[in-house]
Write a protein that binds this ligand. Structure first.
Ligand code: AMP
Length: 279
């Protein structure tokens, strides 16, 4: 596995690979890799193309009161895990170089999804993600890029963004990977103590319970409100949002329409998100 930190060296290497008819797959991450990230890398490897993984803790997607300064960093372990999966290139950009790197005059499009759910409670999130993904796509020009359904809003946002800005990159999703108790793997799970981990297991339980109830009786607001209360009784500190949305994020969802339940909660000071498919 080549470890490249410099944008120019990466582009030189990729140009050479492309000249030999290689296609490029990109898996962008913020590191502290777990099986969720690795499942995307494995999926990318199965595609049979050159796989580039990037690790960059993107400061621009965090709010000033959020966890940028304590976000976990385990680069040596990440390198070992990626080598084991025979990743071709690990891109570890230098913060200053990537933040000041000018893209080919691409302006970020403003998209409706930036105003709802995570976009509403974390106003820096989508603009910050967009800023760095545009740079990575512009630098790497991947033919394929992989994103997890765990962050379904991000996956959808990048699909829209990529279309709008006419990138030649196919956006592929990977299913959410969970631990034995159903808790969606997340680098932020490292913040949880044992008691908080037990509380966090209720997120998927309540999502699945809501889904079962919806399949019997299509009363989304009623069911969600009841289950919000249940989550608080189970020890969740605060519910940021818990909503049913169509897969294109429409609010009014008809029975049998493709939809997902989206949730963000605080357990202590840790904010966790999850979602499941309903129809
Ligand atoms: P992050 O490092 O949190 O920015 O995540 C990098 C990529 O891994 C994103 O596309 C995430 O959606 C994906 N990812 C994170 N956790 C999971 C998970 N539990 N299952 C599947 N994909 C995940």
């Amino acid at each position: 596995m080549l470890i490249i930190k410099n944008i120019g060296s990466l582009q030189k290497k990729l140009d050479k690979l492309r000249k030999n008819n290689n296609k490029i797959s990109l898996v962008p991450t913020m590191g502290s890799l777990h099986e969720g990230h690795l499942s995307l890398v494995k999926k990318a490897k199965r595609g049979g193309r050159i796989v580039v993984v990037s690790i960059f803790i993107n400061p621009t997607q965090f709010g000033s009161n959020e966890d940028f300064n304590k976000y976990p960093k385990n680069t040596n372990k990440d390198i070992r895990l990626l080598k084991e999966l025979s990743v071709d290139i690990l891109f570890l950009p230098n913060e200053n170089e990537i933040l000041t790197h000018k893209t080919s005059q691409l302006k970020q499009a403003r998209l409706t999804i930036e105003k709802i759910l995570c976009g509403k409670s974390r106003p820096n999130y989508f603009p910050g993600v967009g800023k760095i993904i545009i740079k990575l796509f512009d630098i790497i020009k991947p033919n394929y890029a992989y994103f997890g359904e765990k962050d379904y809003q991000q996956y959808y946002f990048i699909k829209l963004l990529s279309n709008k800005l006419k990138f030649n990159t196919k956006i592929i999703s990977g299913m959410t990977i969970r631990d034995a108790h159903g808790l969606a793997l997340s680098s932020r799970n490292l913040y949880l103590n044992n008691k908080e981990k037990m509380i966090a297991q209720n997120i998927i339980k309540i999502l699945r319970k809501s889904k079962r109830e919806l399949s019997k009786k299509w009363k989304p607001l009623l069911i969600i409100n009841k289950n919000k209360n249940l989550l608080i009784q189970k020890g969740v500190s605060k519910i940021d949002y818990f909503e049913l949305r169509s897969e294109t994020f429409k609010k009014d969802v008809k029975k049998n329409e493709k939809a997902r339940l989206f949730i963000a909660v605080f357990i202590g000071s840790t904010r966790l998100i999850d979602n499941i498919k309903v129809n």
